[in-house]
Design a protein around this ligand. Structure first.
Ligand code: SF4
Length: 212
C-alpha cells in the first residue's frame, strides 16, 4: 500500500493534532517507578483496566524494594483482572530487583538501560522517555500500528518499521503529541473493527477512508 503524498501527510498531521489538543497519557501514576510499572501492566489490556487496579497496588508497593518484598504471588492477586497477569507479575518483580541492584531504585532515563529491564520493550521505553523525561518519541502500540498503516502515514508490516517510518513522516517536535493524538483517535473514532469515517477529522486525507 502506498504512503500519503507530502501534502496530504502534512494536512493529516495538522488536522489530527488540532482534533486532540489535550491528548496525553491516560495511565494514572504518582511516581516514576509507578509509571514504569503501569506501562508494563498495560500491554495488551486497556489503560482503564490498569487504572482500576493500580491505586491499591501502588499503596502496597511504593518503591522497587517494596515491590520485591510484596513478591510475585501477592502482586498477582492485585493484578489478576488484567490480561497476562502471571507473566506481568514475574516481569514487574524482576524489573524491580534490577532497579534496586543496578539503578539505585530509580528509573533510568535512557533507551538502552530501559530496554535492558525485564518486560520492557521499545514501546514501554518510548512511553517512559516521553512521559517522564520529556523526550520526543513515537511509541507504537496496537492503535498506532493500525492507524499509521491505515491512514498511509506508514506502509509497514511490523512495529519497528512503522516506528521508523513515522519518525520520518512526522516533524521531530511533534512525535510525542502525534503519538497521543493517534492513540486517542484509535480509541474514539478509528476503531479496529468499525472505523467511524463519517465523523473523522482526517477523512479527507486518510488513504483508507471508508467513504471514498
Ligand atoms: S477516515 Fe476512517 S479509516 Fe481513515 S482515520 Fe478516519 S476513521 Fe480511520
Amino acid at each position: 500500500m502506498a504512503k500519503l503524498t507530502k501534502q496530504n501527510r502534512e494536512k493529516l498531521i495538522t488536522d489530527l493534532l488540532a482534533a486532540y489538543p489535550d491528548a496525553k497519557c491516560a495511565l494514572d501514576y504518582d511516581s516514576n517507578f509507578h509509571l514504569l510499572v503501569a506501562v508494563v501492566l498495560s500491554a495488551q489490556t486497556t489503560d482503564v483496566a490498569v487504572n482500576k487496579i493500580s491505586p491499591a497496588l501502588f499503596k502496597a508497593a511504593p518503591t522497587p524494594a517494596d515491590m520485591c518484598n510484596l513478591g510475585e504471588a501477592k502482586l498477582s492477586e492485585y493484578i489478576r483482572t488484567i490480561g497476562l497477569y502471571k507473566n506481568k507479575a514475574k516481569n514487574v518483580i524482576a524489573l524491580s530487583k534490577e532497579l534496586v541492584e543496578r539503578f539505585n531504585s530509580t528509573v533510568p532515563d535512557n533507551f538502552d538501560d530501559l530496554v535492558s529491564l525485564p518486560g520492557v520493550g521499545r514501546k514501554t521505553a518510548n512511553v517512559v522517555l516521553a512521559e517522564l523525561f520529556g523526550q520526543q518519541t513515537i511509541a507504537v502500540d496496537t492503535h498506532v500500528f493500525r492507524l499509521a498503516n491505515r491512514t498511509g502515514l506508514a506502509a509497514a508490516d511490523n512495529v519497528l518499521d512503522t516506528e521508523l517510518q513515522l519518525q520520518k513522516a512526522i516533524p521531530y517536535d511533534k512525535w510525542t503529541k502525534m503519538h497521543h493524538a493517534i492513540i486517542w483517535h484509535g480509541r474514539l473514532v478509528c476503531n479496529a473493527r468499525k472505523p467511524m469515517c463519517e465523523q473523522c477529522a482526517i477523512n479527507d486525507t486518510c488513504r483508507k477512508n471508508g467513504l471514498k
